[in-house]
Design a protein around this ligand. Structure first.
Ligand SMILES: [Zn+2]
Length: 397
């Protein structure tokens, strides 16, 4: 395993600090559109990538909210590999540390995005730069890709796939504690509206109570629907889940409510087509709730899952290196989703790998363990340089 020198450690640490200094937090899509949230970090990255000798292509997904795709113009390859990280972070609301100071204490760097996912970004950029400086690059054409709007539903990655950008394989930098992750579930977020007929609450028999109908919907989701989802399991991810997470209905204490709305977070094992799940949900819901209540179901968000064959060259080679640094002997699955969903759906062989623990992502005192940062850089650098002149992603190399 390659070991970083002290000055190389400082280089990746300084780069991470610069990335954390840049506010790229998204509190809502409206705010991000107004503030052009990814513009500043995209400008910084463009300078940095050009400084590394790369050509940077920019896809303007929304004004001031681009995806960046960078490569070395003099590097070719029969196959290609992208190292990818998203530029946006979650909101800084509720944070109990200064979000953009990148303060270092006890071997950790604190700040919004330090863990999710500027740490992975800094590790990839530094490993690419070092491998290039040493003149030891794999036979695969390399890309560094930075996406917009991941935290709000992988919109940048989806737009990139729509744009037609493709590589053979991808390593997506999310906090996996420097372990290889080959699968995650597919989120399917639903909204159910029940409609009744309002009337004065002193004569409830004259109306139809939308909350009462919703109570049957909630009972259905946590009962028969959860049991139905449990019928299909995945070796690393277990069973699909569904839980009611938001509810509101009614306007006054003395009026029988005509409307109620609930939201359901559902996570499906990756190979289950959500069209089939939706059809079954609506059919079973109608059976359970009965004819007395009118329900409307809508999809709030739907993302593809990830289920990469653990035997593909990229996964086995990366796993081999992870085993050396942290003893991981088999690929893992995770419950969160990432840009891997849209990439994998478009046919790109994708895995997740990056420094830090997802438990520290999105928190009030987000931090990254610097040892994790160095380790991720070392693993990535080793992967690139030990395959100098050979392919990382093709089976016969
Ligand atoms: Zn992330």
């Amino acid at each position: 395993m390659r070991q970083l020198t002290d000055s190389q450690k400082q280089r990746v640490r300084d780069l991470l600090a610069e990335l954390v200094h840049i506010d790229s937090a998204v509190s809502s899509q409206a705010q991000a559109r107004r503030d052009r949230t990814e513009e500043r970090i995209a400008a910084f990255l463009t300078d940095h990538l050009v400084g590394m000798g790369m050509t940077v292509e920019r896809q303007e997904v929304e004004p001031g909210r681009p995806n960046l795709m960078a490569h070395w113009p003099d590097q070719t390859g029969a196959a290609s590999l992208m190292l990818e990280a998203h530029m946006d972070t979650v909101t800084v609301e509720g944070m109990i540390i200064e979000p953009f100071r990148a303060q270092i204490r006890d071997g950790r760097m604190y700040g919004r995005g330090a863990c999710d996912t500027k740490g992975g970004m800094a590790a990839f950029l530094t490993a690419l730069a070092l491998a290039r400086e040493e003149g030891r690059l794999p036979a695969d054409k390399l890309y560094f890709v930075a996406t917009m709007s991941e935290e709000t539903g992988c919109h940048g990655a989806a737009a990139l796939m729509e744009h037609g950008f493709r590589t053979t394989a991808a390593i997506v930098g999310e906090p996996t504690r420097c372990e290889v992750v080959t699968c995650h579930k597919a989120p399917l977020w639903l909204e159910v509206q029940t409609r009744g007929r309002s009337c004065h609450a002193s004569m409830p028999e004259c109306g139809r109570n939308a909350i009462e109908v919703m109570a049957r919907v909630v009972d259905f989701v946590h009962g028969p629907w959860t049991a139905y989802l449990g019928r299909r399991t995945h070796a690393l991810l277990g069973r699909s889940t569904a839980v009611v997470t938001q509810i509101d209905g009614g306007s006054k204490i003395n009026i029988v409510p005509a409307r109620c709305r609930a939201r359901i977070d559902s996570r499906l094992v990756p190979d289950w087509p959500n069209t089939q799940v939706m059809a079954d949900f609506e059919r079973m819901l109608t059976e359970h709730v009965g004819g007395s209540g009118h329900c409307e179901v809508a999809i709030v968000e739907s993302q593809p899952g990830l289920d990469t064959d653990a035997g593909v060259p990229l996964a086995t080679k990366l796993l081999h290196l992870c085993e050396e640094v942290n003893g991981q002997d088999a690929p893992r699955g995770v419950n969160y989703f990432a840009d891997t969903g849209p990439f994998s759906q478009a046919g790109i062989t994708s895995v997740l790998f990056g420094p830090g623990d997802i438990a520290q992502a999105h928190t009030a005192d987000e931090y990254l363990d610097l040892e994790q940062l160095y380790q991720a850089t070392e693993v990535t650098l080793t992967l690139l340089t030990e395959h100098a002149g050979r392919s990382i992603v093709s089976p016969n190399d």
